[in-house]
Design a protein around this ligand. Structure first.
Ligand code: ATP
Length: 220
């Protein structure tokens, strides 16, 4: 599902550098990403999603070389094929929770907002415990509720790849377990692979493999 080869990346102005000689994620595989704060976990997710572009190397997602696509093509690819739960949720305040969940359909001509998608959104929201809050805007939701909206938005398109950056970070322990169950259940149904950054070490046994990120720090 994901293959990364000889990847190097640095933010402009020097400082942090990331080097990933090889990383792969098989179809349907669930891998947790751990590592110290600032070691580049979010950066790698952003590179795989095509939000950032590598200096060198190659990133393939579902057989497409994302690192070789134009900016517009990468955006379309991401919206139609990847579900991304961002660390800061990245919800749009001027839209309701429901409209945020449907956002991928708004920006991706290849996706059709049909009755099945609407039903999926309602079912996901209910399973996440926000079914009665879909008309609210993000500013009227708690951090944990905003996070659930972000999770619903990532899952509603039934992507084959789910990238999750601390998707359960703002939730209480019971909700964490429930949301991870939901994430995995949805992933199984859609045959999706999951790459999830987490600082919750008690969640690690739920994953098939753990990628310790410290190894990718350039010079480390
Ligand atoms: N836009 C940016 N410009 C310059 N440096 C950045 C930028 N974004 C992140 N960095 C730096 O890159 C490094 C890696 O950041 P990243 O967010 O990928 O780490 P992380 O492992 O996800 O951290 P955390 O666990 O705290 O979320 C950090 O040193 C960070 O300060």
């Amino acid at each position: 599902m994901v293959r990364v080869e000889n990847l190097t990346f640095g933010y402009g102005g020097g400082g942090f550098r990331l080097r990933v000689p090889e990383f792969h994620l098989d179809d349907g595989e669930r891998v947790a990403v751990v590592g110290p704060s600032g070691s580049g976990k979010t950066t790698l997710l952003n590179l795989i999603a095509g939000i950032l572009t590598p200096e060198a190397g190659r990133i393939d997602v579902a057989g497409t070389e994302v690192s070789g696509l134009s900016d517009a093509a990468r955006r379309r690819f991401r919206a139609s094929r990847i579900g991304f739960v961002f660390q800061d949720f990245a919800l749009l305040d001027y839209l309701s929770a429901r409209q945020n969940i449907f956002y991928p359909y708004r920006i991706t001509p290849a996706l059709t907002l049909d009755d099945a998608a609407r039903d999926r959104a309602e079912a996901l929201a209910a399973a996440c415990g926000i079914g009665d809050k879909l008309d609210r805007h993000p500013t009227a939701l708690s951090q944990g509720e905003q996070q659930r909206v972000a999770i619903c938005r990532a899952l509603v398109t039934q992507p084959k790849l789910i990238l999750s950056d601390e998707a359960t970070g703002n939730l209480d322990p019971d909700s964490k377990a429930r949301i991870l169950d939901l994430l995995f259940e949805q992933a199984s149904e859609a045959g999706a692979a999951v790459l999830a950054v987490t600082h919750d070490h008690e969640l690690l046994p739920r994953f098939e493999r753990v990628l310790d990120f410290a190894q990718f720090r350039e010079g480390g």
